[in-house]
Design a protein. Sequence first.
Length: 324
Amino acid sequence: MAQNTEIEIARKIPVGISSCLLGQEVRYNGGHKRSRYCLEVLADCFAFEPFCPEMAIGLGVPREPIRLVAPKGEPARALGTVNNGLDVTDALLESGRRLAQQRSHLRGYILMKGSPSCGLERVKVYHPNGMPNTASSGVFVRALREANPLLPMEEEARLNDPVLRENFIARVFAYDDWIDSVHSAPSYHNLIRFHSRQKYLLMAHHYESYRQLGRLLGQARQYPLGVALERYITTFMAAMARPATRKSHSNVLQHILGYLKRAIDSECRQALLQSIEQYRRGLVPLVVPLTLLKHYLQRYGSDYIRAQSYLDPYPHELGLRNAL
Ligand code: SF4
């Protein structure tokens, strides 16, 4: 999974991360959960901003561990495992809200799994009688997500899965593009330009949303600008959270191939079609047909198609498409 190639990037993207994943000794027992992938690979393109909510609310190291407790159907509270009177739920919720406000420049967040504060999902919730009951999100994350539902989030452990890893990184780069090019300079024109270069990436993630957003753009000027932008980015980020499949990538590759129709002879076209088919059947990774396609696009493609974020949604040195 780790790459040795140094990544050249104009500017590192600010991404929040659970402090223990960067090797900081902030866990309840004074330990850490250092992530090699984050430190040795992603740190080349992300400017990590560590944060430990439990330290931020004044729980020291070492400390009494906390866990989520709730009677069935009620929202989980974060309580001490030894001292049930220790209830840090409200403090953790406040810490999540404050972080969302103070670090609104973040483009993504990587979290520690299973933590009653930082876990994104499937964190054990106990019944007050001590028996495991159900599962939920960590309390800090709950508040962070409520305050900024657009922020791409993922658990570090899930980055071991090539599809989830690629999906998270693609979302961070797309969200970064949105903030830089539309959110910071809102206009219908910038919205249309954003959609125009993200079109095929969006299509790969969710075809229905691609169609829906195309229709929305057709009528965008009928809405106040703020409303149009809000509707657009909410649907866009939800679509991006759906991992693209071999079938949807193959569909996009075929569409892009259509732009070369007149420029290449039938032999080249057959080779490209064959490569896409091999990818669709799982015989070669995505990088194979894509490299071939990009080779011809560089020579014969229009500016429009060459500007598609789908072709290079993140630095290729990350090698993400070698594993798809
Ligand atoms: S609260 Fe979060 S950052 Fe702090 S030790 Fe636990 S998982 Fe790590």
